[in-house]
Design a protein around this ligand. Structure first.
Ligand code: NAP
Length: 302
């Protein structure tokens, strides 16, 4: 069998078009556009390129977009005051602080200072609680897990009654996606198992999975013989395993691998995501969707 590829690059375009259309309609009807601010402290190169991509996407969709660059030595007090200013700005619906922050700043304190109703990343404890309760309580599902769920649903994979096995229990991927898949409702209703480094016989759990979601950060962790024939395999892992010279630009670029042995797994699975080009492009896409949701909540049309 050769698995059907689930491409984040394609699904991203579908979703961004939907968001763009909705932004135009809301602007015409209500005279408002989603407003997103990204606060970047210092100039960490990985953060700069990630923030640049966020800004380009927000601009393309017609959002009001602010990139607020702050010096590396900004005090925690000043950063908290800045967040408070955006919390109180009615034209801003999403407030993001790009991580990591310099060591002299308490990351947890900063993230918890974002108004939960503008926390479009969905990491504030209030939004984690809302996600756990599920249903209409959910405001901002965290972006990578929300992207994973969209990929599964838009590929037509049945989730109701499916055995879902999640490899990894991080707060940003493993725990939230497991929680989302077990909720009562469309795109969920699954029976969920989470495995991690202390799990005995991880292979036996993975072999049961109709949907296998792998977010461990270990290249090639999931072996082809752990995959149930026809299963849907979502590989979240992004691992730099070397460097190569890009044919397009002539510059050195990272060689990326997922957590699944892709070449062998695609002959067994029914659906599979590649790395790169799979889950990766979904995170910023869902961030845009959450920012639009935030505006819709404010307008009472969500
Ligand atoms: P993380 O915080 O390091 O968590 C990794 C989880 O995997 C932990 O729960 C760990 O178990 C588990 N794990 C690690 N090695 C394992 C092993 N040998 N067997 C079983 N479980 C193992 O990582 P994360 O932030 O969730 O990210 C995971 C991967 O996804 C990374 O490669 C990251 O780059 C990628 N990622 C991609 C996107 C995207 O594409 N948009 C977004 C986020 C993350 P313990 O808890 O027992 O230590």
């Amino acid at each position: 069998m050769t698995a059907k590829l689930i491409l984040g690059t394609e699904i991203r375009e579908e979703i961004l078009k939907e968001v763009e259309e909705e932004v135009k309609t809301i602007k015409a009807k209500h005279g408002a556009v989603p407003g997103l601010v990204t606060i970047l402290v210092g100039q960490n190169p990985a953060s700069v390129s990630y923030v640049t991509l966020k800004i380009q996407t927000a601009n393309r969709l017609g959002f009001k977009e602010i990139q607020d660059n702050q010096p590396e030595d900004i005090s925690e007090k000043d950063l908290l005051a800045l967040i408070e200013r955006y919390n109180n700005d009615d034209s801003i619906h999403g407030v993001l602080v790009q991580l990591p922050l310099p060591k002299h700043i308490d990351e947890k304190k900063v993230l918890n200072a974002i108004d939960p109703d503008k926390d479009v990343d969905g990491f504030h404890p209030v939004n984690v609680g809302r996600l756990m309760i599920g249903g209409s309580e959910v405001k901002f599902p965290p972006c990578t897990p929300a992207g994973i769920q969209e990929m599964i649903v838009r590929s037509g994979v049945e989730t109701s009654g499916a055995e879902v096995v999640v490899v990894g229990r991080s707060n940003i991927v493993g725990k939230p996606i497991a929680n989302m898949m077990l909720q009562k409702g469309p795109g969920a209703n699954s029976t969920v198992t989470i495995v991690h480094t202390r799990t005995k016989d991880m292979a036996s759990h993975c072999k049961r999975a109709d949907i296998l979601i792998v977010a461990a950060g270990v290249p090639g962790l999931v072996k082809p013989e752990w995959i149930k024939p026809g299963a849907c395999v979502i590989d979240v892992g992004v691992n730099r395993v070397g460097e190569k010279v890009s044919e397009k630009t002539g510059k050195k670029v990272a060689i990326l691998r997922g957590d699944v042995d892709f070449d062998a797994a695609k002959e067994i699975a029914g659906y599979i995501t590649p790395v790169p080009g799979g889950v990766g492009p979904m995170t910023i896409t869902m961030l845009m969707k959450n920012t639009l949701r935030s505006l819709k909540f404010k307008l009472g049309i969500a």
